[in-house]
Ligand binder design. Structure first.
Ligand SMILES: CC(C)=CCC/C(C)=C/CC/C(C)=C/COP(=O)(O)OP(=O)(O)O
Ligand SMILES: [Zn+2]
Length: 437
């Protein structure tokens, strides 16, 4: 966005009056510039300290959130499965785990949210909803282990997904609810990770997502709406999961996406809006999906199978050697040869200096309070940025691509589901060996 006009401008007074968005943008730029100037003015060892991830304080904030969740709540709370996911996923990204009792409480609580006809509600006895089903399934996979993975009733989730399926091809979020790209993503993500995805669920989804790609190139929540980072991630990941991604106009999607990174280093969700830490994942995650997509189409299968030193090949020998090149698991495990589509260091700088709060946790932008949603998606975006120069999804990044001390390094994620790769691999192994429905 251009700078404020100077007083010597010859334009008329009405032309000079800034819009509310311009004023908000200039205020934010001033706050961010202040932080970056402060950073530039201090000696290198203090700079390194300023870029440090406050691991202990973040953990303290997350564990306190989990304890609060099981001790104080209203029966009307409808987003506790989400809070579980945001917190457990953040802990997993830090390479840590929560105490056994907290994990046990979460498994027990989520089991009570499972509807007798399938799917998870926002609390015990609440109607099942696709968003809370996605949050519950991702949480249970993140906790991992037999008890957690076996607590998901895959057969009933399948029935629930079929009930949410619309003749238009899309899904409704709940009985009588809204049909949008988020519903497609949460349904397809859950079905894919639980190995219950079939032709009936996939039919028409691609057409629905295509109808949401806008003239700007990004994807909107519903046909006719505005392209937005949250829905663009959902739409793109869905198209990859159903193996129809090449039907999208990827050139215009990429164009739209790369211009969403602001001068502050963070991403905005849509044109002419402010940057916000949570889009570090929604836009950054979409960017790494496109990056990996290029690697897939650029790579030949002989190149991949010839690379015998690859740890992925070892993995493939016992579990995935029969899968075709188009499955989500091979998509994630392929080598990438292209550079990140965004300024990775600038994004890490925005997350660490502008979104991180000293007391632990992350926020949208300076001046806003921390919350678990932004903590989850800032950390997810940070992980995606840290590994964006790595050839393989899980190979440790070169020191130059990591901003701040090496202790900042997070665990790698599977960006299709936003689940830490190790836990995703465990679930993949577990559910691909589970009985077919
Ligand atoms: C898996 C799942 C459920 C994904 C959800 C994806 C997601 C974050 C969608 C965003 C929804 C939206 C239009 C926010 C705009 O809010 P705003 O107007 O307050 O923000 P803005 O100014 O940044 O656009
Ligand atoms: Zn946000």
């Amino acid at each position: 966005m251009e700078a404020p006009p100077s007083s010597s401008s010859s334009s008329s007074a009405s032309e000079l009056k800034p819009t509310i968005t311009q004023e908000e943008q200039w205020t934010l730029e001033a706050q961010v510039n202040h932080l970056y100037r402060l950073f530039d003015s201090i000696p290198p060892n203090s700079q390194s300290a300023m870029l440090e991830l406050h691991r202990d304080s973040i953990m303290e904030y997350l564990v306190k959130g989990l304890r609060h969740l099981s001790s104080s709540f209203s029966v009307l709370d409808a987003n506790r499965p989400w809070i579980c996911y945001w917190i457990f996923h953040s802990i997993a990204l830090l390479g840590e785990s929560a105490d056994f009792d907290l994990e046990h409480n979460a498994i027990d609580f989520l089991s009570r949210c499972q509807d007798h006809q399938g799917g998870y509600g926002g609390g015990p006895g609440q109607m099942p909803h696709l968003a809370t089903t996605y949050a519950a399934v991702n949480t249970l996979i993140t906790i991992g282990g037999h008890k957690s993975l076996a607590s998901i009733n895959r057969g009933k989730i399948y029935s629930f997904l079929r009930r949410m399926k619309q003749t238009s091809g899309g899904f409704t979020m709940h009985d009588g609810g809204e049909v949008d790209v988020r519903a497609c993503y949460t349904a397809i993500s859950v079905a894919s990770v639980l190995h219950i995805l079939d032709e009936e669920l996939v039919e028409g989804v691609g057409n629905y997502i295509l109808s949401c790609q806008t003239y700007e190139g990004g994807i909107a929540g519903e046909p006719g709406s505005e392209a937005h980072g949250g829905y663009t991630f959902c739409g793109l990941a869905t198209m990859i999961l159903i193996n129809e991604v090449n039907r999208l106009d990827l050139a215009s999607l990429t164009d739209w996406l790369v211009f969403r990174q602001g001068v502050e280093g963070g991403f905005q969700g849509r044109t002419n809006k402010l940057v916000d830490g949570c889009y570090s994942f929604w836009q950054g995650g979409a960017a790494v999906l496109i990056q990996r997509l290029h690697a897939n189409t650029d790579s030949t299968s002989s190149e991949l199978s010839d690379d015998e030193d690859s740890p992925d090949d070892e993995e493939g020998e016992h579990s995935d050697n029969e899968e075709s090149s188009s499955t989500p698991i091979t998509f994630i495990r392929r080598h990438t040869k292209t550079e990140p589509l965004f300024q990775s260091q600038a994004l890490q700088k925005y997350i660490l200096l502008c979104s991180q709060v000293l007391e632990g946790g992350f926020r949208d932008k300076p001046g806003k309070p921390r919350d678990h949603y932004h903590t989850c998606y800032c950390l997810s975006g940070l992980a995606v940025a840290q590994y964006s120069w790595s050839k393989d999804a899980d190979s440790a990044p070169l020191p130059g691509s990591l901003l701040g001390p090496y202790s900042n390094l997070l665990e790698p994620v599977n960006p299709l589901h936003n689940i830490v790769l190790e836990q995703y691999n465990e679930a993949h192994e577990y559910y691909s060996n589970a009985p077919t429905l």
